[in-house]
Design a protein around this ligand. Sequence first.
Ligand SMILES: [Zn+2]
Length: 66
Amino acid sequence: MICPVCGGRQIGKVGVEQFYCWDCCVEFNSHANKTVVVYDLEEDGTLIPWEDFYLESQEIMQAAAE
Ligand SMILES: [Zn+2]
């Protein structure tokens, strides 16, 4: 698993199919065969989805394999 935003590998798992990037401080989910959604994490714990950032998980998996 790599971060879909920065491509970094400083990824922590925070839930089922939910991950956190320590480099850019965003959360994202990864559902097999579905789009990846990236969220900003507010100080109060609210997740704000990046409405314009949707990627095919297939691309993420390919990137992770390289
Ligand atoms: Zn990142």
